[in-house]
Design a protein around this ligand. Structure first.
Ligand SMILES: NC(=O)c1ccc[n+]([C@@H]2O[C@H](COP(=O)([O-])OP(=O)(O)OC[C@H]3O[C@@H](n4cnc5c(N)ncnc54)[C@H](OP(=O)(O)O)[C@@H]3O)[C@@H](O)[C@H]2O)c1
Length: 283
């Protein structure tokens, strides 16, 4: 496994296991234990995934030392603002019950983000959170919020795959040394991506599957990637991308696949309201 170093000096495994949409009270516990057994050392959760308890229980029961496992969670919109964010952070810490959180993100960048960030900076200073970052920030949202931050985000977790390479936001993030974390790194299983001839030819050449070529491209491009699979074979092979490297010319061909378009536009009217009304996280 390769590790990527943040702008605050902490390190993160380049490939993580996402637990979005896996239920609490059993399924997430089993999935995280299986992922850790398969070699993953980076788990990506969120308050809004409603499974922080199972993530924490699996990490504690795994027999692997806590400091060898990197755990991310995220603050939900209802907890934006300084006082409320302190409560949201305390709730995540309690549910995970792992002593500290490696990385905590502002999940959706709307409302009093600056107040929430201040609470996250304090939790970082107190050692409750090791690194802090953001998610779903477009250039417009970045320019609205990040200039107000004292601590620059370690990461921005956004939709990213070879068809949507986020060039504009990456240029801004480079100015602060902020790393990109990819959600939908396999295009959410998009067949037009997985069967793209540039990718399938490289798969043939290296004796890998299309998903491995995509993930190798992402990691080689400096991106932290969060592939999701419920298939034991793919869970294993999605980690098996460190025994080959794409040439500069092949990286160029992969860069040329960018269409500049994804499935989610955080700037679109109504997105904030839709997310705010989606659910409430209980204590
Ligand atoms: N921050 C945010 O707002 C946000 C939003 C969305 C998601 N996320 C994060 O991103 C993670 C990943 O998202 P995702 O699961 O929707 O997208 P994804 O990883 O791009 O795609 C998963 C799909 O690809 C298939 N797949 C996995 N490995 C493959 C391979 N090697 N070859 C071919 N197909 C393969 C899976 O099917 P099988 O299961 O059958 O293998 C599944 O259908 C989430 O778990 C979450 O942690 C974050």
């Amino acid at each position: 496994m390769e590790w990527i170093t943040f702008n605050d000096g902490n390190r993160i495994p380049a490939v993580g296991f996402g637990v979005f949409m896996i239920p609490n009270n059993g399924p997430t516990y089993e999935a995280v234990l299986a992922a850790l057994k398969a070699g993953y050392r980076h788990i990506d959760s969120a308050a809004a995934y409603f499974n922080e308890e199972d993530v924490g229980r699996a990490v504690r029961d795994s027999g692997i030392p806590r400091e060898e496992i990197f755990v991310t969670s995220k603050l939900w919109l209802q907890d934006h603002g300084y006082e409320q964010a302190k409560k949201g952070i305390a709730r995540s810490l309690r549910k995970l019950n792992l002593g500290y959180i490696d990385l905590y993100l502002v999940h959706q960048p709307y409302g009093d983000v600056a107040g929430a960030w201040k609470a996250m900076e304090e939790a970082k200073a107190e050692g409750k959170i090791r690194s802090i970052g953001v998610s779903n920030m477009t250039p417009a949202l970045w320019n609205r919020f990040v200039p107000q931050f004292e601590t620059k985000p370690a990461v921005n977790q956004v939709e990213f795959n070879p068809l949507f390479q986020q060039k504009e936001i990456r240029a801004l993030m480079n100015e602060t040394g902020t790393k990109l974390e990819a959600w939908y790194p396999l295009g959410h299983g998009d067949a037009s991506l997985l069967s793209n001839p540039v990718i399938t030819q490289l798969a043939e050449k290296y004796g890998k599957n299309a998903g491995q070529i995509i993930l190798r491209f992402e990691v080689q491009d400096g991106v932290i990637t969060l592939p999701k699979s419920t298939n034991p074979e793919r869970i294993r092979t999605n980690l098996d991308i460190f025994d080959f490297a794409l040439t500069d010319e092949e990286m160029e061909k992969m860069h040329a696949l960018d269409t500049g378009k994804g499935t989610h536009n955080p700037d679109a009217p109504g997105v904030e309201e839709m997310l705010r009304g989606a659910f409430v996280i209980e204590d």
